[in-house]
Design a protein around this ligand. Structure first.
Ligand code: NAD
Ligand code: AHE
Ligand code: ZN
Length: 375
């Protein structure tokens, strides 16, 4: 069938909106009509050429919501008409990783997903007979896409696509990093580096968890008001904090008898390896936990003095907020529908697919939190 898609033809080039061809679902696959998709910084990361796994030409996008239009042979868990959110972290419930109960990183289809193809090794997308790559197993920058059955979460029918698409990445990643990965305790002191589409969801997750002190760090002063809107208690712009940011942050966390200072939990939501080091070193000696969420460019490495770890700080990472998609995503949709979490104010811009490049410009300029393409 013919579908409309924004194609990433080469690294560093604007997306090209065009008609491409999509084959129907094969065994254990589903055809989904994408109704809305968010644009995450990871899409920009891959489009820029910084992603070691980046493949071109490809149809990017991994933060969508839509309706099942058709199912291939063997599909049992969803049917035509179901509303779903695509999952870049699938949940097969049968691989060693799923069965371990220790991780959300299902390994059933990770190898082919990284090669930009479906589990049988072929692509469903093409342009005039030439293969187009899938992206993160989702390719939501097309109005129809094909996904493995294990890579869709069935959600309630009354949830608005143009809002809950954000649960496909940013909302779940930020809130999940707090609740699943860090397991933040009530009364905690936390620092969030990078107050964008992910960082704001970390902040609302910290508020849910009952953190007392939530320090936001961002180069962009406009993010102060945004952070405060979702529960941030203090804001620091590193360029205004004096010569050394880490001692400044540690000093801010010194209270009462504890004059050692340092945060109980820190979160990197920038993808900058220098910031990741600051986030670790701003943790409390003996128990502070620093969670890396940001995705860093090909070749980048993190560094710190081993002493930082010897003295009890813990460095962790998280993908999709540690969430098991088919189990956890429908629950997060319920949280949104019940008013337990907010999404609407973070969606600062909406546009048709034809204007998707404007969403990337807004992100690069720091003027959007989330842009959403509505098909
Ligand atoms: P975004 O562009 O909306 O926000 C990034 C924020 O970081 C901006 O406010 C920017 O001003 C700030 N920033 C940049 N450099 C900084 C610095 N040196 N110090 C302080 N602040 C700085 O991006 P986003 O969509 O929120 O994504 C954030 C990161 O998270 C990206 O690296 C993205 O790829 C990654 N990500 C990871 C996962 C995961 O599962 N681990 C999921 C989604 C996104
Ligand atoms: N391809 C990149 C890795 C990018 C990455 O870490 N992606 C996250 C999700 S970011 C969503 O916005 C993720 O899920 N990682 C786990 C995985 O299996 O990829 C690179 O650096 O190679
Ligand atoms: Zn993302």
């Amino acid at each position: 069938m013919d579908v409309r898609a924004a194609v990433a033809t080469a690294a560093g080039r604007p997306l090209e909106v065009m008609t491409v061809q999509l084959d129907g679902p094969k065994a254990f696959e589903v055809l989904v009509e994408i109704k809305a998709t968010g644009i995450c910084h990871t899409d920009e990361f891959t489009l820029s050429g910084a992603d070691p796994e980046g493949l071109f030409p490809a149809i990017l996008g991994h933060e969508g919501a839509g309706v099942v239009i058709d199912v291939g042979p063997g599909v049992t868990s969803v049917q035509k008409g179901d509303h779903v959110i695509p999952l870049y972290t699938p949940e097969c419930r049968a691989c060693p990783s799923c069965l371990s109960r220790k991780t959300n990183l299902c390994t059933a289809i990770r190898a082919t997903q990284g090669q930009g193809v479906m589990p049988d090794g072929t692509s469903r997308f093409s342009l005039e007979g030439k293969k187009l790559h899938h992206y993160m197993g989702c390719s939501t920058f097309a109005n129809f896409t094909v996904l493995p059955e294990i890579a869709v979460a069935k959600i309630r029918q009354d949830a608005p696509f143009d809002k809950v698409c954000y649960i496909g990445c940013g909302v779940t990643t930020g809130i999940g990093a707090v609740l699943n990965t860090a397991k933040v305790e009530r009364g905690a002191k936390a620092i969030v580096f990078g107050i964008g589409g992910i960082g704001l969801n970390v902040i609302q997750g910290l508020r849910l968890a009952g953190a007392d002190m939530i320090i936001g760090v961002d180069l962009n002063n406009a993010k102060k008001e945004w952070g405060e809107r979702f529960g941030m208690t203090h804001f620091v712009n590193p360029t205004e904090a004096g010569p050394d940011l880490v001692p400044h942050l540690v000093n801010m966390t010194k209270t009462g008898a504890d004059q050692i200072g340092g945060a109980d939990f820190t979160f990197d939501c920038t993808g900058n390896v220098g910031v990741m080091r600051q986030a670790l070193e701003a943790c409390h000696r003996g128990w502070g936990v620093s969670v890396i969420i940001g995705v860093a460019p090909s070749g980048a490495e993190i560094a710190t003095r081993p002493f930082q770890l010897v003295t009890g700080r813990v460095w962790k990472g998280t993908a999709f907020g540690g969430a098991r998609g088919r189990t956890d995503v429908p629950r997060i949709v319920d949280w949104y529908m019940d008013g337990k979490i907010e999404i609407d104010p973070m969606i600062t811009h909406t546009m048709p697919l034809s204007e998707i490049n404007a969403a990337f410009d807004l992100m690069r300029a720091g003027t959007s939190i989330r842009s959403v393409v509505i098909y």
